[in-house]
Design a protein around this ligand. Structure first.
Ligand SMILES: Cc1ncc(C[n+]2csc(CCOP(=O)(O)OP(=O)(O)O)c2C)c(N)n1
Ligand SMILES: [Mg+2]
Length: 562
């Protein structure tokens, strides 16, 4: 084969170039030599193209693409290996689906198993790697879309199309099975190859829908906005602020909120209790809410419900009750701006708005639990308070805590877009997501707050190694209660007087056997600190942050009271 032989690997890379993909996040597999060859040619020839990053675990590769996508909202390419790599990455891919993060995930199968024409793909494809129905069938339930690329002539177009599908609402991961024979096959680029692919067009509701929604808002006496993820969308945070301020509408971020949507410091932010907030409302605006009522049938009967979303009924959600009286559909930023425009055009009753504003008080952050005399360990609320004080005001906080998430949300007081992101889906993605956020914006300070149990689900060795080798310094703060506290609370909810509680004999809870996380971190070139006493907290976190600002990641293992 000559150096100038172009194949399916070149087609994959050419598609990335046309799409403006910045990064290929990869976890190795024998199918990817054609892409590696294309990358070697790219380097040799000085061609502009994506950066390629080798990662040592699929969860890490996918989670980094998720973190990167949360910041950029643009799809990147993730390469994994056949079905095993796809399955290993599945937890993260499902997380990206829930988070609405676009990405193209690709892996291979064999079509000829060594008997086909062309190069020998290797006997492992015949012996070990096949799966009945193909990997695209495996990926189908937890991706937005999945298919197989049947021929080298369609590789370029398939990768482009996959990314275009991934980027459109609801954004999410798509999967491509590009068989190894297809990747190795000779490729003749068509005249279309190399044209830059435009971004998706913006969608806004019709003028009629906007006007009806504006009139509803203006007519309401006690409207309230509930939002889980408006801040995930471009301009969503700022556009919501403008709408809420224009009408002095209170905003609720329920526990299901996954990002910073509205400044917690704004008097219109009314905390996280949807049930209390809607009890007296005559209009509830559900803005980007998947699961506003619980139980699902618990929609308030007295209020009208206006649903504003890009895709109100998420195709990947199995059961969803919104209870809408009106839908306003379109891209969130432009739609909210247009709604505010329609509200102003229809005429705002400033006296009514002023009266509503005058009735607001600043909700309290909640005092820390009183400390028992002689009590060791550190209050989790104090940890968040201290972080809020010490972190750069623009720092991004990624959250993979469970029972501490509410405290983090309440006390962090996120006041700007991108300040807070909750890791969605199964545990184990947090470090990767934080590293991806850092990679997308290397100037930004990034902190991960994480439970001890969640930490132990992460590929710690691979992730902390990546932090060092890719020069992505982040702060990791472990809320260590030496248990899966959530599992215990769950058990107690179902069996408050059961044998486990009477005998103090729980399962699925104890994490006393965990390794010393600070030492694990130290062994991987990361500053590791263990804090057990409240007096150590501020100095410890400050020392860790100084290390991060100096280019060395830090892990602070904080022994928390609960
Ligand atoms: C991949 C995966 N496996 C299992 C679970 C179930 N699970 C939910 S929370 C949790 C415990 C988390 O422990 P920790 O991070 O220490 O938080 P805590 O409960 O102590 O607040 C487990 C095991 C999960 N969410 N994801
Ligand atoms: Mg724990």
């Amino acid at each position: 084969m000559t150096d100038e032989h172009l194949d399916g690997g070149e087609a994959v890379l050419a598609a990335c170039r046309s799409l403006g993909v910045d990064v290929v996040f990869a976890s190795s597999g024998s199918e990817w030599a054609p892409v590696w060859e294309a990358l070697a040619r790219q380097d040799r020839d000085g061609t502009t193209g994506p950066r390629y990053v080798d990662l040592l675990h699929e969860t890490l590769a996918v989670a980094m693409a998720t973190g990167y996508g949360l910041v950029t909202r643009r799809p990147q390419l993730v390469l994994v290996h056949a079905v095993p790599g796809l399955l290993q990455g599945a937890c993260g891919i499902h997380g990206a689906l829930l988070a609405g993060v676009p990405m193209v995930v690709a892996s291979s199968e064999s079509t000829g198993y060594g008997d086909g024409r062309g190069q020998d793909p290797g006997s492992q494809w015949y012996r070990n790697l096949s799966i009945v129905g193909g990997p695209q069938a495996v990926a189908n339930p937890w991706t937005k879309w999945s298919t197989q690329v049947g021929d080298v002539s369609t590789v370029y177009g398939s990768v482009v199309r996959a990314a275009e599908i991934a980027a459109r609402p609801t954004a999410g991961p798509v999967y491509l099975n590009i068989p190894v024979e297809v990747l190795l096959d000779e490729w003749t680029p068509s005249a279309l190859v190399g044209r830059p692919i435009p971004e998706a067009g913006r969608r806004v509701s019709t003028a009629g829908d906007l006007e009806r929604a504006a009139r509803r808002l203006l007519a309401a006496e006690r409207p309230v906005i509930v939002t889980e993820s408006a801040g995930r969308h471009a301009d969503g945070f700022e556009a919501l602020l403008e709408l809420a301020e224009t009408l002095a509408v209170p905003v609720i971020e329920p526990q299901a909120a996954v990002c910073a949507n509205f400044p917690r410091t704004n008097p219109l932010h009314r905390g996280g209790d949807t049930a209390a907030a809607v009890a007296d409302a005559d209009l509830v605006v559900l803005l980007c809410c998947r699961a506003p009522w619980y139980p699902p049938s618990d929609r308030p009967v007295a209020a009208d419900v206006l649903v504003i979303d890009d895709v109100p009924h998420r195709p990947y959600v199995d059961y969803q009750v919104l209870g809408a009286d009106q839908y306003l559909e379109g891209d969130i930023g432009p739609t909210l701006r247009a709604l505010t425009g329609a509200v102003r055009a229809a005429g705002v009753d400033e006296r009514k708005v002023a009266a509503r504003r005058a009735g607001l008080t600043v909700p309290s952050r909640g005092a820390p639990a009183p400390r028992q005399p002689g009590e060791h360990w550190i209050d989790p609320g104090d940890v968040v308070d201290c972080l809020r004080e010490l972190l750069d005001p623009d720092a991004a906080v990624v959250d993979e805590t469970i029972t501490h998430a509410r405290i983090v949300q309440q006390r962090l007081q996120a006041d700007r877009p991108g300040r807070y992101s909750y890791v969605q889906g199964g545990l184990g993605q947090g470090i990767g997501v934080a590293l991806g956020v850092k990679m997308a914006d290397t100037e930004r300070e990034v902190a991960l707050v994480i439970g001890d149990g969640a930490m132990l689900y992460n590929p710690i060795v691979q992730s902390l190694s990546a932090a060092r080798t890719l020069d992505l310094p982040i702060l990791i703060v472990v809320f260590n209660n030496r248990q899966y506290r959530s599992m215990k609370l769950n058990h107690l909810r179902f069996y408050p007087d059961g044998a486990a509680v009477r005998e103090d004999d729980f399962r699925g809870v104890d994490l006393d056997g965990q390794p010393e996380l600070a030492k694990v971190a130290e062994s991987l070139g990361v500053l590791g600190l263990s804090l057990t006493e409240p007096e150590q907290l501020k100095a410890g976190l400050a020392q860790a942050l100084a290390s991060v600002r100096n280019g060395v990641s830090a892990l602070v293992d904080v022994r928390v009271t609960r």
